[in-house]
Ligand binder design. Structure first.
Ligand SMILES: [Mn+2]
Length: 390
């Protein structure tokens, strides 16, 4: 069967069945078409720490789970490449389930015998599964429930709903973001949107903690989006959002943020810094903080005018937007994560894809704190690679 036929057949079968039947339908189809003896779908948890097996029956108290860092399935997930191992029943294949750069999980198929053609065919099946899972989220909670190893606090529920897809890659742009603590984030958020000629990127940090910070943060993100979707430039986006936040919170609470628009043909990144930590730039072998003057945070005062500053990107540059919870993450004895550790980690992960870089940085912060974070820590990495432009 040609790849095209196989992927098409799989897509039709999954699309015609209810979203919660995906594991069953997938298993039946792969058993019939490639003689699969076992088919499992694993989805990554919110913190990208474990892969959780999708089971339709939530009566199971302790569904199977494997660590991302030390399992064969995890190797496939992190490297985004098929992994094959010996199994008493034959060969076990792990295929990345991703949509563009959004790493959702791993398809795990046990087959009597493997071949390069079969790996290719199952890789295509895994892509179809990724797209089906991504849209199924709109109809069922099944996949979101699997991804919550721990319960989210309500503030985190609000923020996760607000977040864009965590990874995006096409042509000249690769964007990825990560937030910790995944189950208790409150005021931090990030956003992006791509157009043919421009990529919009923003990071925001709502003052305070818990539900009020989440409401504040989501108001700011929604106001920025509202302006952006009406075609407003970065200055108007920030000005409008600042006014909306001030109208609702009266200056008692504010939101810091960096809002930028990158011209895809020139690399000119028009940036507004609303009282937020500076971005970082990784260029060639160097990693530096970008000098930007700071304007007021959103919502602190009414009627604020902002200033746009341009960071001129060069092909291959990586820009990182971070929140203050990154460098200010503190050990129980009071030692801050600081900018040197951050700089080193950015340099160390320079050759990895942005999804891996942001995961490594947020994991390093969790390790550094050796306990619960006192503030949200958010990292967004953006690669501009104009050579890929078609
Ligand atoms: Mn913060």
């Amino acid at each position: 069967m040609s790849d095209f036929e196989f992927a098409g057949q799989l897509h039709r079968a999954l699309d015609a069945s209810p979203p919660y039947a995906l594991p069953t339908v997938l298993s039946a189809l792969l058993t019939e078409s490639v003689g699969a003896k076992e088919v499992c779908l694993w989805l990554v948890d919110y913190g990208e720490v474990t892969l959780e097996r999708v089971t339709v029956d939530f009566a199971i108290d302790d569904p199977p789970s494997v660590p991302v860092d030390t399992s064969a399935a995890g190797r496939c997930f992190l490297a985004q490449t098929p992994v094959e191992i010996d199994d008493s029943g034959g060969r076990r294949l792990y295929l990345p389930v991703s949509v563009r750069a959004e790493r959702l999980g791993v398809l795990d198929v046990l087959v009597p015998e493997s071949s390069a053609e079969l790996r290719e065919e199952l890789s295509r099946a895994a892509v179809v599964v990724g797209y089906i899972v991504a849209t199924a989220r709109r109809y069922t909670d099944l996949f979101e429930r699997v991804r919550r190893r721990r319960d989210l606090i309500l503030a985190a529920e609000i923020q996760w709903e607000l977040l864009p897809v965590l990874g995006y890659e096409a042509d000249e742009l690769f964007v990825a973001g990560a937030l910790e603590p995944a189950h208790a984030i409150a005021g931090d958020s990030f956003d992006y949107a791509v157009e043919a000629d421009v990529a919009h990127v923003a990071i925001t940090d709502g003052m305070g903690h818990g539900l009020r910070a989440a409401l504040l943060g989501s108001l700011a993100v929604s106001a920025l989006r509202h302006a952006r979707r009406r075609g407003r430039d970065v200055l108007s986006q920030v000005k409008e959002a600042g006014q909306v936040v001030h109208d609702q919170f009266g200056g008692d609470q504010f939101v810091t943020g960096t809002v930028a628009a990158i011209d895809m043909s020139t690399g000119a990144m028009r940036t507004v810094n609303a009282g937020h930590p500076r971005p970082w730039l990784a260029r060639d072998g160097h990693v530096e903080e970008v000098e930007l003057f700071a304007d007021y945070p959103l919502g602190l005062f009414p009627g604020v005018d902002y200033r746009a500053q341009t960071i001129t990107l060069q092909p291959g540059d990586r820009v990182l937007l971070i929140s203050d919870g990154v460098s200010e993450a503190t050990t129980p004895s009071g030692e801050q994560f600081g900018t040197e550790r951050l700089r080193n980690l950015i340099a160390e992960t320079r050759d990895q894809v942005p999804t891996e870089t942001v995961r490594r940085i947020t994991r390093a912060i969790l390790d550094h704190c050796q306990g619960p974070l006192r503030d949200d820590a958010t990292v967004v990495a953006v690669d501009w690679r104009p050579r890929f432009r078609s």
